[in-house]
Design a protein around this ligand. Structure first.
Ligand code: G6Q
Length: 551
């Protein structure tokens, strides 16, 4: 049976009606009407505390959103994912990143085959390899120990490993250097290698398909760099290159022995792959035990998501609040603001996870949607952002819902001259920003401060700007796993409501095709006849002139 169109569901109409009746209530009014609100509109599980009382919702709103989720069969769709059904319909694939963190002994079937033992077999191989490299028993071609690891990959084969390395740097082997090369811009490769000794460098080439232009170009550059420094002996490659891929044929063609290949499967999407073998650089950096803790964190959130009632379920709440903000408050964006320097790449990671997953304008059956889907994600760590773009969040004309993320204990305590710790200053800012966004400052409050009447309007803050605050004790590998899985599942929840395929990426595939013709036109000895529009033709000519002119 064809699923009912979202906007014709009675539960959607109930939300519209609810919005018409209550949508004008401000956060000031909501808090004044219910003194317990800040304690009640919260949820807590697996080490994360989520305060959503500063979202423009009441418990009735949450109830109605949960009813919508039930009507969209969220429970059944979640079970279908965990059961290994091919819910990525446009690619006819199962979606089983949850199998990557399933403990040994669980059973998850894909086409009649239990994939959990396969996952653990790869994890065991990764662990053995990581131990060899970290202990120094794996040697480079000239006998030197490996001190540098460079992960080459792009998109889903890069953003997760970079984010996780930065996030868990405090747990990493400080005697080793870890770098990441993604861009086909040669600068990326050159800057990553310029001060390194090839004899001590290991490349981890990460590509699900092993056909991606950027990654293969950088891998070729790495190969040439290595051979050049190590005397041109092809045998060197075996000691300095390993591959992470699903495509053994292409790995072999590139010249990497498949004995040094770590596999994963077509049911792992690129942007959901950082806890697969794509996380090999993470394991090399933080060690197998910390990696296992991270997987346990993911798994704890998976279990919470699967088994907790909707109204207390963190990913469900986060996903549904996003639906409310996107489809009823018309917010086009979400700012992710970690007050934790180690999470500096977390917003970039989430950009791909959220926008590549839910940036779709047709439903599963190919019909155009008549509602907004995935919002634009962006962000920077606090407090830095406060000194730049927060102005627009406080006083701009657009509504920017914010996710604040903070921790009780710093990984790097730094005492202040007054006897406290800088971490208190950091967290005071997080808490104060959420408060200011919600409640603003009235003109009367501004006047009471003695501000000149001409400036009162400028210094007034209307408030009523929604935010969620997520707190955890400290940034451990386990907590990082729970945090990532929280966002992964909230993306899933939204995809279910919007009835879109959150697991394909035809826009990315397009990008992989588009440049092919143009590359030939830029690199041909003589300018070929061009058949693009006049702008594209002119740009190609102009680029060739700029490139080829001397002086
Ligand atoms: C992720 C996307 C995309 C992909 C890269 C790299 O979900 O599909 O970002 O990860 O294009 O692809 P390969 O791993 O195949 O090189």
């Amino acid at each position: 049976m064809k699923p009912a169109k979202l906007t014709s569901l009675p539960q959607w109409h109930a939300l519209q009606q609810h919005f018409a009746q209550t949508g004008s209530q401000s956060l000031r009014e909501l808090f004044a009407a219910d003194p317990q609100r800040g304690e009640q509109l919260t949820a807590e599980a697996v080490g994360l505390y989520m305060d959503y009382s500063k979202q423009r919702v009441s418990s009735d709103t949450v109830q109605l959103l949960c009813e919508l989720a039930e009507a969209c069969e969220l429970r059944q769709r979640t079970e279908a994912m965990f059961r290994g059904e091919k819910i990525n319909t446009t690619e006819n694939r199962a979606v089983l990143h949850v199998a990557l963190r399933a403990p040994a002994g669980e059973k998850i079937m894909v086409d009649g085959h239990d994939v959990v033992p396969d996952v653990h077999e790869v994890l065991d191989r990764m662990r053995a390899f990581a131990d060899q490299v970290r202990s120094g028993s794996w040697r480079g071609h000239s006998g030197k120990r490996i001190r540098n690891v460079i992960s080459i990959g792009i998109g889903g084969s890069d953003l997760g490993p970079v984010m996780a390395y930065e996030a868990l740097r405090d747990y990493s082997e400080r005697e080793m250097t870890f770098r990441f090369v993604s861009n086909v811009d040669g600068t990326d490769f050159v800057e990553a290698t310029h001060d390194l000794d090839a004899a001590e460098t290991l490349f981890v080439v990460c590509s699900k398909t092993f056909t991606t232009l950027e990654t293969l170009s950088n891998a070729q550059a790495a190969r040439a760099w290595c051979l050049n420094a190590l005397g041109g002996d092809d045998k060197a490659i075996a000691r300095h290159f390993v591959a992470v891929s699903t495509n053994a044929d292409e790995v072999q063609k590139f010249g990497i022995d498949t004995a040094h290949m770590f596999g994963f499967w077509d049911w792992v999407g690129g942007r959901y792959s950082m806890d697969s073998a794509i996380g090999l650089s993470t394991m090399l950096a933080i060690g197998p035990d910390h990696f296992r803790e991270m997987l346990a964190g993911f798994y704890a959130m998976d279990e919470h998501f699967r088994h907790t009632p909707l109204e207390r379920n963190l990913p469900v709440l986060m996903g549904l609040l996003g639906i409310w903000n996107t489809n009823f408050l018309d917010a086009a964006t979400v700012a992710v603001l970690p007050y934790e320097q180690y999470l500096k790449r977390f917003p970039a990671y989430l950009q791909q996870l959220t926008m590549e997953s839910n940036g779709k304008y047709v439903t599963h059956d190919g019909s155009p949607v008549d509602y907004a889907t995935g919002p634009i994600y962006w962000g920077e760590p606090g407090t830095n952002g406060q000194h730049s773009f927060y102005q627009l969040i406080h006083q701009g004309t657009r509504l920017v819902p914010c996710d604040f993320i903070g921790f009780g204990r710093p990984l790097q305590p730094v005492p202040t001259s007054t006897g406290g710790d800088q971490h208190d200053l950091l967290m005071a800012n997080l808490i104060a920003q959420g408060e200011a966004l919600a409640f603003g400052k009235t003109a009367d409050q501004v006047r009471a401060e003695g501000v000149d009447e001409a400036l009162v309007a400028h210094r007034t803050f209307e408030g009523n700007r929604p935010s969620t605050t997520i707190l955890a004790s400290s940034l451990t590998p386990h907590i990082l796993g729970t945090l990532i899985a929280l966002y992964e599942h909230s993306v899933f929840v939204q995809g279910v409501i919007w009835d879109i395929d959150s697991f394909d990426q035809w826009g990315v595939e397009l990008g992989k095709q588009l440049a092919k013709t143009t590359i030939a036109e830029l690199t041909a000895q003589d300018l070929p006849e061009l058949h693009h529009d006049s702008s594209t033709n002119t740009l190609i000519r102009r680029y060739r002139q700029l490139r080829d002119s001397r002086g």
